[in-house]
Design a protein around this ligand. Structure first.
Ligand code: 3PG
Length: 310
């Protein structure tokens, strides 16, 4: 009987080679076998590849009930990243599969992208005309988790006036970052010219950024979304764009209604073509290293610290 654990890295959008190499080193040192399925195009490729694997490392790849049905030996899935809405948690539990994420490992990369988007917008895409600066502008960090905290630190360096709202983080922990606390989302949106979104996508947050919040933003409002496109109520966003020519939207991946933006609002948005937030060598490296170590630790000691399914 072959007892060597098999770990599969399955990524529609491949990690940087330096990061994959780290997974190789960690898993080989543990005596495991590593398989790679990178840049795959069809769901069937993933379904075929999971057949004999004990552990799976993924990014935003969809782990559906169909994938879990095909993965007869699978014991653990690690999402090398923060968001895990791409994994069917209930089906994983039914299949006795532990699901983990690697929180915080790619947070700085996402925070830096938020500033790359803001700077590019403030300088008009470097078009030769005078732009504006971030210094002394108000920035509202909507949700103060791992990415929000990095955004706060960078914003300080830019001399921005920083606010946040997050009912899940105690005021004392926010104040350590010299960030002003708002008591409601309404207050945050009313105060800040820039709003940067950092909440996960789930039943409560999806479509939660709606007209009532957006209309409160001051003149020359800039909404920055490096979280998930699902959290935006796109109908409300289009309504605001129609009503307020001063409103801009910067997002790490385009909204579903991108055709409207291209047709009517050129120059007022920046959208990445592929999700770019975590796409740095460093972020890939930290997330991959954490994922590989969590798998080895799980098999060797039963550690389930980062488990996200019940
Ligand atoms: C995350 O949830 O960690 C980020 O959105 C990164 O996702 P990606 O690994 O699919 O780029």
């Amino acid at each position: 009987m072959n007892l060597i654990m098999k770990v599969l890295v399955a990524t529609e959008k491949a990690f940087a080679p330096v990061a994959v190499n780290q997974i190789k080193l960690v898993t080989e040192a543990a005596g495991y076998e590593l398989a790679l399925l990178e840049n795959y195009k069809n769901r069937s490729d993933l379904i075929n590849a999971v057949e004999n694997v004990d552990a799976l490392i993924i990014r935003s790849d969809l782990v559906t009930a169909e994938v879990l049905d095909a993965a007869k030996k699978l014991k653990i899935v690690v999402r090398a990243g923060a968001g895990y809405e791409n994994i069917d948690l209930a089906a994983s539990t039914v299949h006795n599969v532990v699901v983990m994420n690697t929180p915080g490992q790619n947070a700085n990369a996402v925070a830096e992208l938020a500033f790359a988007l803001m700077l590019s917008q403030a300088r008009g895409g470097f078009n030769g005309k005078s732009g504006t600066e971030l210094r002394r502008k108000s920035l509202g960090i909507h949700a103060f988790g791992n990415v929000g905290k990095h955004v706060a630190e960078i914003a300080k360096g830019f001399g921005m006036d920083v606010y946040t709202f997050d009912p899940f983080v105690i005021e004392k922990d926010i104040k350590k970052y010299s960030v002003k606390v708002c008591n409601t989302t309404e207050e945050l949106y009313s105060k800040c010219q820039y709003i940067s979104l950092h909440m996960p996508s789930n039943e409560k947050t999806n479509k939660s950024i709606g007209y009532d919040l957006l209309k409160r933003m001051p003149k020359n409002a800039v909404l920055v979304n490096t979280a998930r496109k699902e959290v935006i109520d796109e109908g409300a966003l289009l309504k605001i764009f129609e009503e307020r020519p001063d409103f801009q939207y910067l997002a790490d991946v385009a909204p579903d209604c991108i055709a409207f933006f291209k047709e009517k609002y050129m120059g007022r948005f920046i959208f990445t073509e592929k999700k770019m937030g975590a796409n740095t060598e460093e972020a890939n490296l930290y997330a991959c290293l954490a994922a590989a170590r969590q798998i080895v630790d799980f098999f060797k000691t039963g550690n389930e610290k980062f488990r996200v399914n019940k």
